[in-house]
Design a protein around this ligand. Sequence first.
Ligand SMILES: Cc1ncc(COP(=O)(O)O)c(C=O)c1O
Length: 342
Amino acid sequence: MVEKNLDFRSDTVTWPTPEMREASYKAKLGDDVYRDDPTVNELEAIGAEIFGKEAGLFVTSGTQGNAVSVLAHTQRGDEIILEERSHIYVNEVGGLAVMGQLMARTIKGEKGWMRPDDVRAAIRADNIHYPRTSLVCVENTHNSAGGIALTPEQMKSNWDVAKENDLGLHLDGARIFNAAVALGVDVKKLAQYSDTIQICLSKGLSAPIGSMVVGPQDLMNSARKYRKMLGGGMRQAGIIAAPGIISLTKMVDRLADDHRNAKILAEGLKKLGIKVLNDVQTNMVYVDFSPIGWTAEDWNTACVKIGWKSRGRGTSTRLVTHYGIEEEDIKSFLDGMGKLIG
Ligand SMILES: Cc1ncc(COP(=O)(O)O)c(C=O)c1O
């Protein structure tokens, strides 16, 4: 029986499963800075294996995973290419500028995908006046574009441009398993078009804390050092790595339920006169409630009345489906909303 978690704000709100809590309790521990924690070592090995990469690194969060990866790929003063609404550029507190002293060159994507010609055009020529371009960052699924899953072909198109120009490619794969499940492909098919990947365990995969980074050994060695510098050298971290092992081995297939529930939610909301703004491919539904004359306050109050958390802003919001929300909950949310809209 899944504990209900009627909260549409994000998939970061997910609680650990009973099996995860049990696994934390029983985890074999050691000092991970000395590489002595067998549970962390196991998680890192499993992660690397799943993505077909040489090595893995357990980090505290997605933001830290992206930071240590970007730092490992670059040198002070480099320029990196990112999609203009990417999480690394918009939502990671300017860490690339503060920690890496990096310049960001942004590209307007098409549903989160950067057209290869645009990436190519953004790469700096070898000229004494220019910074060096060293890295392309790709996000899959692309959060702000609506949880859009980039296909292996789209990933390859960016990879080819990066490699033709000797650039690294980092994948912000916070929700890469959502992409793989939605596209019906093995995650390795997406992973092959990246050097390093950041994967969140604490979103749809329901672990309470943490992300993984995977990639070639040399970049992971460097990322590990940066993680230490950023205060992410955790000690008996097996306590939090143990749920992550369950995330990677047991929580991936159920993402299909979240995707199905998001589609049911989107269709139901459309019937109530609410505008759905995105192409619902994974677990995110972006809506605009101005067609029914509601403000964010009306929306938020209505959600509270029927027992849900949601965070409207202006006239819109993002609704995310996840572990703890079942199909019957979506149906009762739509019934409740229907009554309030009248
Ligand atoms: C695409 C993407 N990347 C990275 C992150 C950062 O993850 P964290 O919140 O664990 O730092 C998020 C968080 O929502 C995200 O959506």
